[in-house]
Design a protein around this ligand. Structure first.
Ligand code: AGP
Length: 585
């Protein structure tokens, strides 16, 4: 994963690099570093930990530099494995995975070259150094030809202290142009903090940043013209606004996000095409990862029950290698908050290659997924900074439910849901009192049936992700087929019950766990269930159309994960080992 940046121009590079890296921290925060070139030398400053650990690097002198924020793939998170990496006259920062790094490293070692880090990336600097005669760009190109896997790289050379060479294959890289200055970054969100003019580098292309104007080359190094993209700021605000954590702020934004929901298409002119495809479609495939996968599961229940369109929801990393059957009139919906998740992108690409119409549900304008899709259904949830997805999940549901209603020929006004969500947020505060029962638990179960089962899966993922407690989301009817053996008097069980027709059935599972000593916590829209004396505690949420209840029932589950995380002394915004956007497979 990782975020990479570069700057050359009229200002001192270090403060600009640090600012851009801070924005890209969602891509990884195991370690961070920058390298700044001046006429005498290239200075490198790197540390284990978040970008704030390299704050003093802002003093480095020079107007050209590169930077990196890391999510470790090869080599533990440590200072020696932090980027940038140097060899000879070259310093590089890399995002991606070099799959043939072991072979290339052996080759270098046979030439008596020594390595400092355990990364797959360091070998890139060695190769560039080997191929360098006097042409910086040519040396980078020759090195790139040897690399297998995915990469976006930015390179400095002490022979050319005012130049950055950039290359990409499979990992994103965008170049920006400002007033007598150039930028490069892993995404447009970072660039949009400095400029509104960008160039999107494609696989196999190279860029040279020097002076005011970037120059682009194809894989044979012939100069090419690239269209300039003028873009609006991607997100106008990424501030905690007085909250202790982004996660809490983002949960509290759910009502306003739902209030804004309006099914629309980017570009708008494509909406008719999308509508036509939607009305004629006979099969829907949804591909996504993590929380976005769970929103796809919720959508399946709505699409099948309201529209009777067979809908398959598939984890993107499985779909891409599964040789899926994509029949004519199949609509593929890729869901991704970031629009950069590598597996989701690969699954979407595969579906498109096989002739499917591709609709993207995403929160980030100009992301890789938006560029791939035939039509983009934006979630407009605003910047989501906390690694644990919250408001983007609710926004994805609002969009996907609107798609189901559009196909059915009904209109739904989600502003009504905004008021319900506010009420749910208020009642969800009660889960703060549940945390003592969860802190020392060996495992936690979330159970439900139908759409409540989908919410249970999401509640469990959230708890694992930020509280580090082992937990499972389970179909309530399935417990007795094995997993019940794990339930004892130390097991908290959270049951979600929002569908009248299934409530008694789910209560059977509740009784079964209760008789094995479990402590039961209920989240329900049914007042009689909320009053059930067997539960340790219950949260009553507003009732709404049954197919759509996860949009509300997930809120107390998000709150439970948040408060448990804090009670365990964790940082809910930046959980260990994770990153906001997973750009490697
Ligand atoms: C959610 O809390 C997780 N951080 C994670 O599962 C996330 O939803 C997943 O990585 C997919 O990300 P995307 O929506 O940006 O594609």
């Amino acid at each position: 994963m990782c975020g990479i940046v570069g700057y050359t121009g009229r200002r001192r590079a270090a403060p600009v690099l640090l600012k851009l890296l801070k924005i890209l921290e969602y891509r990884g925060y195991d370690s961070a570093g920058i390298a700044v070139a001046n006429q005498e030398r290239i200075d490198i400053f790197k540390r284990q930990g978040k970008v704030e650990q390299i704050g003093s690097a802002s003093l480095l002198v020079g107007r050209t530099g590169i930077g990196h924020t890391r999510w470790a793939t090869h080599g533990a998170p440590s200072e020696k494995n932090a980027h940038p990496h140097a060899y000879g006259k070259f310093v590089i920062a890399h995002n991606g995975i070099i799959e043939n790094h072991a072979l290339l490293k052996e080759e270098c070692i046979a030439r008596n070259e020594t390595f400092i880090s355990d990364t797959d990336s360091e070998v890139i600097a060695h190769l560039i150094s080997r191929y360098y005669e006097d042409d910086f760009l040519r040396a980078v190109q020759k090195a790139c030809v040897r690399l297998e896997g995915s990469f976006a790289i930015v390179v400095l050379s002490s022979d050319h202290p005012d130049k950055i060479v950039c290359a990409r294959k499979g990992s994103p890289l965008v170049v920006g142009k400002g007033d007598r200055e150039c930028f490069v970054a892993s995404d447009l969100v970072a660039l949009s903090s400095e400029t509104d003019q960008a160039f999107l580098l494609e696989d196999g292309e190279y860029a040279v940043l020097q002076g005011a104007q970037p120059v682009f080359y194809d894989r044979e190094l012939s100069e090419i013209y690239k269209e300039k993209l003028r873009f609006d700021p991607v997100f106008d605000c990424a501030d905690k606004e007085g909250y202790l954590h982004f996660m809490k702020k983002e949960m509290n934004e759910i009502p306003s996000v739902l209030n804004k929901t309006k099914l629309s298409c980017v570009p708008e002119k494509d909406f008719n095409d999308f509508y036509k495809v939607l009305c004629q479609t006979e099969y829907i495939h949804i591909v996504a990862c993590g929380t976005a996968y769970h929103s796809g599961l919720c959508a399946k229940y709505a699409l099948e029950s309201l529209c009777r369109v067979p809908t398959e929801v598939c984890i993107a990393s499985e779909y891409r290698y599964r040789n899926p059957i994509i029949k004519p009139r199949t609509l593929v919906i890729a869901i991704s908050q970031s629009g950069e998740t590598a597996d989701t992108l690969a699954a979407a690409k595969l579906a498109k290659e096989r002739g499917a119409y591709l609709a993207a549900v995403t929160n980030v304008k100009y992301s890789s997924l938006t560029r791939l899709a035939d039509c983009v259904l934006e979630t407009n949830a605003g910047a989501e900074i906390a690694v644990a997805a919250t408001k983007s999940f609710n926004a994805q549901l609002a969009v996907l439910y609107s798609v189901a209603l559009l196909r059915k020929g009904e209109k739904e006004d989600f502003t009504e849901f905004a008021a319900y969500a506010q009420k749910t947020l208020d009642s969800a505060e009660a889960v703060r009192g549940w945390t003592p029962y969860f802190l020392g638990a060996k495992s936690v179960y979330f159970i439900g049936r139908g759409v409540d089962y989908c919410a249970a899966l999401e509640g469990s993922l959230k708890l694992k992700e930020i509280s580090y407690l082992p937990s499972e989301g389970y179909a309530a009817g399935e417990l007795k087929h094995g997993t019940l053996a794990l339930v004892d008097e130390n097991t908290p069980v959270v049951a979600i019950l929002t569908q009248r027709s299934l409530a008694e059935k789910t209560m059977n599972a509740v009784h079964e766990t209760k008789s094995r000593g479990a402590r039961v916590f209920l989240i329900t829209s049914l007042p009689d269930i909320a009053a059930n004396a067997e539960a340790t505690s219950s949260v009553l949420i507003p009732a709404c159309r049954e197919e759509f209840t996860p949009i509300l029932s997930v809120i107390p589950l998000q709150a439970l994960a948040y408060y448990t995380s804090i009670a365990r002394g964790n940082d809910p915004d930046k959980p260990r080992n994770l990153a906001k956007s997973v750009t490697v497979e």
